[in-house]
Design a protein around this ligand. Structure first.
Ligand code: PAF
Length: 295
């Protein structure tokens, strides 16, 4: 069925309220927040929401608050027609596409900051980014009031930050982390992949290829510093790769694992995350390992 396109906050609230009134206490609302230019990764989140809820709301909003002054807000890819087609094919009921003016009718005087979890990884290389994410996601949660919200683990730090924010603020929503979806050759799906030249795309495979070796390297007994050196060396084998960061952190608290201890002795899950530029495109990828997988 063609999803309902809604551009105004008030109308969205009315539609969701009407839905809840029709089936009191029964129907749950699933929410998939996105910035559009949807791909199979987003489709998998929508399908999961459809399978677990009576109503699925997808939002498409390129949020200016989460882009730094020299980042790609203006050129971020947008294609509303194609997005609505994919939303329909995946089963979304409502697509919320607000304008910047609708989301930010006056200059924001309120900001949501999640401390410590945002000090490292993308938080360190994109100052203010997670304040923008946490602020817009909490606004969207207040507008949609979903029972569940679905996020891809390609942005594992984002998932940790949002889960912590909802706990800290007692927002009654279940955060559902969903697996990263990859191309057949391993490249993690991202709306930004469209920026890559054919040669950059080819070399970008080094990200998933080096992450695939991580469990073996940890099993060999590497410490955090040794693993980071090994991954960096592997990525540098591709001349177009310009490393932003390679980091190993406990998950979901994102603290530094003990420096001297082999990572395979970790009792908590570990996140091995990287951000690498190919030309003008900054790609992120990661692997999340549970203690049973690294012993
Ligand atoms: O992951 C994204 O697409 C964005 O950061 C999000 C969660 C939709 C907030 O703008």
């Amino acid at each position: 069925m063609t999803p309902l396109i809604v551009r105004r906050v008030a109308e969205l609230r009315e539609e969701i309220e009407a839905f809840r009134r029709r089936q009191p206490g029964k129907q749950e609302v699933g929410f998939v927040p996105t910035m559009g230019y949807l791909h199979e990764g987003h489709a998998s989140l929508i399908r999961r929401s459809v399978s677990e809820n009576g109503l699925t709301v997808l939002s498409i909003f390129v949020n200016p608050l989460q882009f730094g002054p020299n980042e790609d807000f203006e050129r971020y890819p947008r294609d509303e027609r194609r997005d609505v087609e994919l939303a329909e094919a995946s089963g979304a009921d409502i697509v919320f596409i607000p304008s910047v003016e609708e989301m930010y009718p006056e200059p924001m005087r309120t900001k949501v900051t999640v401390s410590e979890l945002t000090d490292r990884l993308c938080g360190a290389s994109r100052p203010g980014h997670f304040d923008g994410v946490a602020t817009v996601v909490s606004k969207l949660f207040h507008i949609v009031q979903p029972d569940r919200a679905y996020f891809g683990l390609k942005d594992a730090q984002q998932v940790a930050v949002i889960a912590r924010m909802t706990r800290d603020l007692h927002i009654p929503v279940d955060i559902v982390p969903c697996p990263t979806v990859r191309e057949a050759d391993g490249l993690a799906l991202s709306s930004r992949n469209v920026y890559l030249s054919p040669e950059e795309r080819k070399q970008a495979l080094v990200l998933s290829q080096s992450l695939a070796q991580v469990p073996g390297w940890i099993e060999d007994g590497m410490t955090e510093a040794e693993l980071a050196v090994r991954i960096r060396g592997r990525i540098r084998s591709q001349p177009l790769a310009d490393i932003d960061y390679v980091e190993i952190a406990t998950y979901p608290d994102l603290t530094q694992p003990p420096a001297e201890r082999p990572l395979r002795e970790s009792e908590v899950p570990l996140l091995v995350a990287l951000a690498v530029r190919f030309g003008k495109t900054r790609l992120i990828d990661n692997v999340l390992l549970f203690p049973s997988e690294v012993k």
